[in-house]
Design a protein around this ligand. Structure first.
Ligand code: GLV
Ligand code: MN
Ligand code: MN
Length: 420
């Protein structure tokens, strides 16, 4: 008789919720939100809290060159590639209490439940907290998982600056020095073998599960994303004296460029997602014509045959729209749509059905670290409903019961995967 049901029963709804609420204090902002950017003191406090819990239940902690943090539950065959589970601990600047952090704490809860129920697994299970998934402080997101997967070299983003001009490279070095007491491990598949499988828990960040009265999203794939940085260069002038026809106004050309991009990305079916989420103007003075405008583009679509040509047209569209200025367009993130190997989604769906939960197969509009694990090993994700589908906002909410259901499905899925 399988002992896995004992582990599922050992998932502790109150313990998981209490840990989430302790984490939510680190970077709390009004409206029950969280602002916990990566590689900050708040991030380090959250990691120390997590490490304390992990060590308290006997997990082995290690960190890699990108700051990805691993909590290892040993298998009875420790030499076998592990099953990996986790997500990220950084948040958006105006973020919520669940995006990312729940996936890490669900992993911890699942492993703790397995251990408390005495369920040994053949393969090790590692809970991972990926560095900088959100890309809110340093763009782009998913740096930790991209480097782990060898998708980009580890030093790719060293010169990327945050809003205060601090570089990712310097901040990462400082961060690793402050975690020098934690054993270092090799960087992902660049310096070691691939994991056996990867499964990531996350709130849905969309309305489908809630609307359908469903419990579990069985994620089959993730849409593709491309990020661009547009930098427009003009010339400063006096706002009161310089005739408009003599100006090189970076803001006016930015407005033209964005209008042209809205035409390029128009989609009557509203599937193509186009967002300008960050704008910087210099010198940012009311009575000076701006000489510099920078804005970001986030472009997403589930079909690469739409995403690739539209994305490839961004630079020419911006340049053709400018009246007086010049522009450079830099692509900073490029994740093709991914479709998961059926092994993990099938395992998740079976676990949900066996627990009497109602699953729905769906794909993810948000990107996740799972996108960069998918080429390495069978991967998948477990979604739980979130209120009104809201995320990247302080009001983001999933109930203790919904989150516990997700952790129970993860527990059974991990047990199944780690005994294959
Ligand atoms: C991740 O947070 C995303 O923007 O999809
Ligand atoms: Mn997330
Ligand atoms: Mn997010």
């Amino acid at each position: 008789m399988s002992v896995v049901p004992n582990a599922v029963a050992a998932v502790d709804e109150a313990r998981q919720w209490d840990r989430l609420m302790q984490m939510a204090k680190l970077g709390a902002i009004p409206g029950e939100g969280v602002n916990r950017a990566c590689l900050t003191d708040l991030d380090r406090q959250a990691r120390r809290l997590l490490i304390g819990w992990a060590q308290g239940i006997g997990l082995t902690v290690s960190v890699d060159a990108l700051g990805n943090l691993f909590l290892r539950h040993e298998g009875t065959a420790p030499g076998l590639p592990p099953v990996l589970t986790g997500s990220h601990m950084d948040s958006q600047p105006n973020g919520g209490r669940f995006d990312g952090i729940w996936g890490v704490l669900a992993g911890l809860e699942a492993v703790q439940a397995l251990r408390e129920a005495g369920v040994a697994t053949k393969r090790p299970i590692e809970v991972v907290a990926w560095t900088n998934e959100e890309g809110g402080r340093f763009a782009p997101g998913c740096m930790g998982s991209m480097a782990y997967a060898g998708f980009r070299p580890a030093d790719t983003w060293d010169a990327v600056t945050d809003g205060e001009g601090l570089t990712f490279g310097d901040e990462l070095r400082k961060h690793l020095a402050l975690e020098a007491d934690i054993p270092r491990r090799g960087l992902g598949v660049v310096e070691g073998p691939a994991p056996f499988a990867y499964v990531e828990c996350h709130i849905e960040q969309g309305p489908r599960l809630e609307r359908g009265g469903l419990d579990i999203g069985v994620v089959e794939g993730i849409q593709g994303s491309r990020w661009f940085l547009v930098e427009i260069a003009g010339r400063t002038d006096h706002a009161g004296t310089t005739p408009l026809r003599l100006r090189q106004d970076a803001v006016q050309d930015m407005v033209r460029a964005i209008a042209a991009l809205n035409v390029l990305t128009h989609d009557p079916d509203d599937v193509l997602r186009f967002t300008v989420g960050r704008i910087e103007v210099s010198p940012n003075s009311s009575n000076t014509v701006a000489d510099r405008a920078r804005f970001t583009i986030d472009l997403r679509h589930p079909d690469k045959d739409v995403l690739l040509p539209r994305g490839d047209a961004v630079e020419a569209t911006v340049k053709a729209a400018l009246a007086t200025c010049t522009a450079t367009v830099t692509e900073r993130f490029h994740a093709l749509p991914s479709r998961f190997d059926p092994m993990v989604p099938d395992t998740v769906e079976r676990a949900a059905l066996a627990q009497g939960l109602k699953p729905l197969r769906l794909s993810s509009g948000a990107f996740h670290d799972a996108q960069f694990l998918a080429p390495l090993c069978p991967s998948g994700m477990i979604f739980v409903p979130c209120r009104a589908g809201v995320s990247h906002h302080p009001s983001e909410y999933s109930s203790p019961r919904q989150l516990a259901a997700g952790a129970r499905v993860l527990t059974a899925a991990l047990a199944a995967l780690a005994n294959r």
